[in-house]
Design a protein around this ligand. Structure first.
Ligand SMILES: C[S@@+](CC[C@H](N)C(=O)[O-])C[C@H]1O[C@@H](n2cnc3c(N)ncnc32)[C@H](O)[C@@H]1O
Length: 444
């Protein structure tokens, strides 16, 4: 019990810790996405507890492989299956002690109280003892952790091995970037203002920010903040979008009057950018298989006063939605492992399995094959993913090119990322960007 607390009075912060343990348990034990797990939990706690719950959920998942490694060392025997909530709570407790800098007496007392809130009173002594044990032995535990790649880099072993194999000169920087907090980057709508004017507007509002290097409409904030605090957000002057994602529209570069297909469009970041950057484009058709995500696309287009045709459908089965008229430009922003955006979605570490990568690569190649007949002769298709794995990126593109006689690659001349054997790869954290892959294909 926290010292000085009246008997029965709530321990400040215990509710946030119990809520975070529920979120972490839902992701690690039940395979839910962090977004899906957080939403109902945040709905059940007070607004005061929400920021700490989010911080603990994101942070614990970011370092889960390391924290689980410590938990294994500290527990004399594995917890029984029914105690997985307690295991998740232990990880939340260890995150506070190992990485967050929470004063130990606060971390321990509030986490033990959270154990009670989770109705796991039987485990309070175990949580208390385990966290105190970490505190007492942290120096030697941290030294020991240096010898374990999983604990040291806080990634699953298979991801570490893949990064080391695919990026021998950059794998450690890549893993470190995955563990960093991402910047909040905006895309300025150049139809309604200039980047310089918007930067001045931010400065006048006391919000420090700087222009991005590679996107001519990007602005990175010194610290994240709620979109409701951004000047001009509701009027469509800016949208939230990482700089690497802002590279898609200029690469596709549609000419006035051309028909454009955005084949995996939701929630609409790149659709909106295409319409902002190329207002004289012909018809833009935005397709996505997920109706709920298309709701978000429609509301983004409404906020920005942009128009597109929107269809629910699969990129793998265009016959169910295509009217037979070819497109001069196609964007295939393919569903992928999202291993380039782990810094924004740390749950990817717990959710992805090695076998997912080949399954995704097969689907990506089938989507390329299915969409290719929709492209006009002389037209361009931009293939992109937010993955770092070659299987989903240049290997998929090379396989497609080898099997498609009327397809060639148009080189991407750029000062961002690195040339891959086909296409171009940005690694996470490079120039403060998310990890992204782009390849531009032309039809003859
Ligand atoms: C990387 S996200 C697209 C992000 C979007 N382009 C943007 O910039 O906001 C991939 C999208 O593909 C969609 N998707 C998954 N399978 C699909 C399929 N077979 N056909 C079309 N869309 C699919 C997902 O619902 C998801 O919205």
């Amino acid at each position: 019990m926290a010292s000085g607390r009246a008997r029965g009075a709530p321990v400040i912060g215990a509710a946030a810790r119990a809520a975070a343990a529920r979120v972490v348990g839902a992701v690690v034990e039940h395979g839910q996405s962090l977004d899906a797990a957080l939403a109902p939990v945040l709905g059940g706690i007070s607004a005061d507890d929400a920021p700490l719950c989010k911080e603990l959920s994101y942070g614990t998942l970011r370092y889960e492989p390391r924290l689980a490694w410590f938990a294994d060392r500290l527990l004399r025997q594995p917890l029984p299956g029914i105690a997985r909530d307690v295991h998740a709570l232990l990880l939340v407790g260890l995150y506070q002690l190992d990485l967050l800098g929470t004063p130990p007496h606060v971390a321990v007392s509030t986490t033990v109280e959270a154990c009670r809130r989770l109705r796991q009173d039987w485990a309070c002594a175990l949580v208390n003892g385990t966290l105190r044990n970490f505190e007492r032995n942290q120096t030697s535990l941290r030294t020991e952790a240096e010898a374990s790649p999983v604990a040291r880099f806080a990634h699953p072993q298979w991801m570490i091995e893949a990064a080391r194999k695919d990026f021998p000169g950059n794998w450690q920087a890549l893993l470190a970037a995955n563990n960093a907090r991402p910047p909040m980057t905006l895309r300025v709508n150049l139809q309604s203002t200039s980047r310089e004017l918007y930067l001045r507007r931010l400065a006048a509002a006391g919000i420090p920010a700087a222009a991005t290097v590679h996107s001519r409409c990007g602005v990175t904030l010194a610290a994240p903040l709620a979109v409701s605090s951004l000047p001009g957000f509701e009027d469509g002057q800016v949208s939230v979008q990482d700089e690497a994602a802002q590279l898609a529209a200029p690469l596709l570069d549609p000419l006035p009057g051309q028909r454009v297909l955005d084949a995996c469009a939701a929630p609409g970041g790149k659709t909106a950018h295409l319409l902002e950057a190329f207002p004289r484009v012909g018809e833009l058709l935005a397709v996505d298989a997920d109706e709920r995500r298309l709701v978000r696309l429609r509301s983004t287009l409404a906020r920005l006063s942009l128009g597109a045709r929107v269809r629910t459908g699969s990129a793998l089965e265009p016959q169910s939605w295509w009217d037979g008229r070819v497109f001069e430009r196609i964007l295939l922003d393919a569903p992928c492992s999202a291993t380039g955006v782990i810094r924004r979605h740390p749950d990817i570490k717990a959710l992805r399995r090695p076998s997912d990568i080949q399954t995704l690569a097969d689907m990506q190649r089938r989507a390329l094959e299915a969409l290719w007949p929709l492209l006009a002769r002389g037209g361009k298709l931009l293939y992109s993913t937010c993955s770092v794995f070659p299987e989903e990126n240049h290997l998929t593109v090379q396989e497609f090119l080898a099997a498609t006689p009327d397809a060639t690659e148009a080189g991407i001349a750029a000062d961002w990322g690195r040339a891959a054997p086909a296409g171009r790869q940005v690694l996470p954290g490079e120039d403060n960007m998310d990890g992204f892959f782009y390849a531009l294909l032309v039809k003859h």
